[in-house]
Design a protein around this ligand. Structure first.
Ligand code: ZN
Ligand code: ZN
Length: 148
Protein backbone atom coordinates (compact mmCIF):
# COMPACT_ATOMS: atom_id res chain seq x y z
CA UNK A 1 0.00 0.00 0.00
CA UNK A 2 2.62 2.45 -1.21
CA UNK A 3 1.86 5.95 -2.49
CA UNK A 4 4.37 8.20 -4.25
CA UNK A 5 4.47 11.59 -2.57
CA UNK A 6 5.21 13.24 -5.94
CA UNK A 7 1.76 12.12 -7.11
CA UNK A 8 0.17 14.07 -4.25
CA UNK A 9 2.29 17.14 -4.98
CA UNK A 10 1.42 17.07 -8.67
CA UNK A 11 -2.29 16.53 -8.16
CA UNK A 12 -4.31 19.49 -9.44
CA UNK A 13 -6.76 19.30 -6.55
CA UNK A 14 -4.01 19.01 -3.93
CA UNK A 15 -5.13 15.57 -2.83
CA UNK A 16 -5.34 12.05 -4.19
CA UNK A 17 -7.62 9.14 -3.39
CA UNK A 18 -6.36 5.56 -3.40
CA UNK A 19 -8.02 2.20 -2.82
CA UNK A 20 -6.32 -1.05 -1.93
CA UNK A 21 -7.29 -4.63 -1.21
CA UNK A 22 -4.90 -5.87 1.43
CA UNK A 23 -4.32 -9.50 2.34
CA UNK A 24 -3.74 -8.96 6.04
CA UNK A 25 -2.04 -11.66 8.07
CA UNK A 26 -4.28 -13.70 10.38
CA UNK A 27 -1.54 -13.14 13.00
CA UNK A 28 -3.07 -9.68 13.49
CA UNK A 29 -6.15 -11.27 15.09
CA UNK A 30 -5.11 -11.35 18.72
CA UNK A 31 -8.12 -12.31 20.80
CA UNK A 32 -10.47 -14.49 18.72
CA UNK A 33 -9.80 -18.23 18.72
CA UNK A 34 -9.25 -19.59 15.19
CA UNK A 35 -9.82 -16.07 13.89
CA UNK A 36 -9.17 -15.29 10.25
CA UNK A 37 -9.93 -12.62 7.69
CA UNK A 38 -12.90 -13.76 5.63
CA UNK A 39 -11.81 -11.53 2.71
CA UNK A 40 -9.11 -8.99 1.89
CA UNK A 41 -9.15 -5.80 3.95
CA UNK A 42 -10.49 -2.88 1.90
CA UNK A 43 -8.52 0.32 2.43
CA UNK A 44 -9.55 3.73 1.10
CA UNK A 45 -7.21 6.66 1.64
CA UNK A 46 -7.32 10.35 0.77
CA UNK A 47 -3.90 11.99 1.07
CA UNK A 48 -2.72 15.59 0.93
CA UNK A 49 0.36 17.62 1.84
CA UNK A 50 0.87 19.79 4.90
CA UNK A 51 4.27 21.36 4.29
CA UNK A 52 6.62 18.38 4.06
CA UNK A 53 4.21 16.12 5.92
CA UNK A 54 1.63 13.88 4.32
CA UNK A 55 -1.79 13.71 5.95
CA UNK A 56 -4.10 10.79 5.29
CA UNK A 57 -7.77 10.15 5.99
CA UNK A 58 -8.06 6.37 5.92
CA UNK A 59 -11.09 4.05 5.97
CA UNK A 60 -10.86 0.32 6.66
CA UNK A 61 -13.46 -2.35 5.97
CA UNK A 62 -12.85 -5.94 7.00
CA UNK A 63 -14.71 -9.12 7.86
CA UNK A 64 -13.47 -11.51 10.53
CA UNK A 65 -14.48 -15.12 10.91
CA UNK A 66 -14.00 -17.10 14.10
CA UNK A 67 -15.74 -19.44 16.49
CA UNK A 68 -18.82 -17.90 18.11
CA UNK A 69 -17.85 -16.81 21.61
CA UNK A 70 -20.92 -18.55 23.07
CA UNK A 71 -21.64 -21.67 21.01
CA UNK A 72 -18.38 -22.20 19.03
CA UNK A 73 -20.16 -22.41 15.65
CA UNK A 74 -18.53 -20.41 12.88
CA UNK A 75 -19.43 -16.71 13.02
CA UNK A 76 -18.45 -13.55 11.14
CA UNK A 77 -18.24 -9.91 12.07
CA UNK A 78 -17.81 -6.83 9.88
CA UNK A 79 -15.70 -3.91 11.06
CA UNK A 80 -15.65 -0.44 9.56
CA UNK A 81 -13.20 2.11 10.88
CA UNK A 82 -12.03 5.56 9.88
CA UNK A 83 -8.84 7.18 11.18
CA UNK A 84 -6.37 9.89 10.47
CA UNK A 85 -2.61 9.41 10.04
CA UNK A 86 0.30 11.79 9.69
CA UNK A 87 3.41 10.78 7.75
CA UNK A 88 6.53 12.77 8.46
CA UNK A 89 10.23 12.70 7.56
CA UNK A 90 10.94 13.16 11.30
CA UNK A 91 7.97 11.52 13.01
CA UNK A 92 6.97 12.45 16.54
CA UNK A 93 4.81 10.33 18.84
CA UNK A 94 1.82 8.92 17.02
CA UNK A 95 3.16 9.82 13.59
CA UNK A 96 4.59 7.56 10.90
CA UNK A 97 7.81 7.80 8.96
CA UNK A 98 7.88 8.20 5.22
CA UNK A 99 11.08 8.10 3.26
CA UNK A 100 12.43 8.01 -0.30
CA UNK A 101 9.33 9.91 -1.40
CA UNK A 102 6.99 7.03 -0.58
CA UNK A 103 4.24 6.64 2.01
CA UNK A 104 3.48 3.04 3.01
CA UNK A 105 0.12 2.59 4.75
CA UNK A 106 0.80 -0.98 5.89
CA UNK A 107 2.05 -0.26 9.41
CA UNK A 108 -0.80 2.07 10.37
CA UNK A 109 -3.40 -0.24 8.82
CA UNK A 110 -2.02 -3.21 10.78
CA UNK A 111 -2.05 -1.22 14.03
CA UNK A 112 -5.62 -0.01 13.51
CA UNK A 113 -6.80 -3.56 12.75
CA UNK A 114 -5.34 -4.74 16.06
CA UNK A 115 -6.98 -1.82 17.90
CA UNK A 116 -10.43 -2.10 16.30
CA UNK A 117 -11.08 -5.83 16.14
CA UNK A 118 -13.78 -7.22 18.44
CA UNK A 119 -12.81 -9.41 21.40
CA UNK A 120 -15.98 -11.49 21.10
CA UNK A 121 -18.03 -12.60 18.09
CA UNK A 122 -21.53 -14.05 18.14
CA UNK A 123 -23.14 -16.17 15.40
CA UNK A 124 -26.32 -14.14 16.01
CA UNK A 125 -27.20 -11.48 18.59
CA UNK A 126 -29.36 -13.82 20.67
CA UNK A 127 -27.11 -16.88 20.49
CA UNK A 128 -28.12 -19.15 23.37
CA UNK A 129 -24.69 -20.76 23.73
CA UNK A 130 -23.92 -24.21 25.09
CA UNK A 131 -25.63 -26.02 27.93
CA UNK A 132 -23.24 -25.94 30.92
CA UNK A 133 -24.41 -29.41 31.94
CA UNK A 134 -24.21 -31.46 28.71
CA UNK A 135 -22.57 -29.09 26.22
CA UNK A 136 -25.45 -29.22 23.73
CA UNK A 137 -25.84 -26.24 21.40
CA UNK A 138 -28.99 -24.61 22.79
CA UNK A 139 -29.69 -22.87 19.45
CA UNK A 140 -30.50 -26.31 18.06
CA UNK A 141 -33.05 -27.21 20.70
CA UNK A 142 -33.65 -27.67 24.40
CA UNK A 143 -31.61 -30.51 25.91
CA UNK A 144 -33.94 -30.68 28.90
CA UNK A 145 -31.56 -29.33 31.53
CA UNK A 146 -33.19 -26.56 33.47
CA UNK A 147 -30.84 -23.63 33.66
CA UNK A 148 -31.57 -20.76 35.99
ZN1 ZN B 1 -23.34 -18.82 18.71
ZN1 ZN C 1 -27.97 -29.90 28.61
Amino acid sequence: MVINVIDIMQSASGEIAKEFEYNASNDLIVSLPEGEFASPVKVKAVLWMDGKNVLADISLFYTLSSACSRCLERATCEVEHNYFAKYSLCPEDGEYLYKSGKVDLTQSVNEEIVLTQPTVIYCKPDCKGLCPVCGANLNKGDCGHNIE
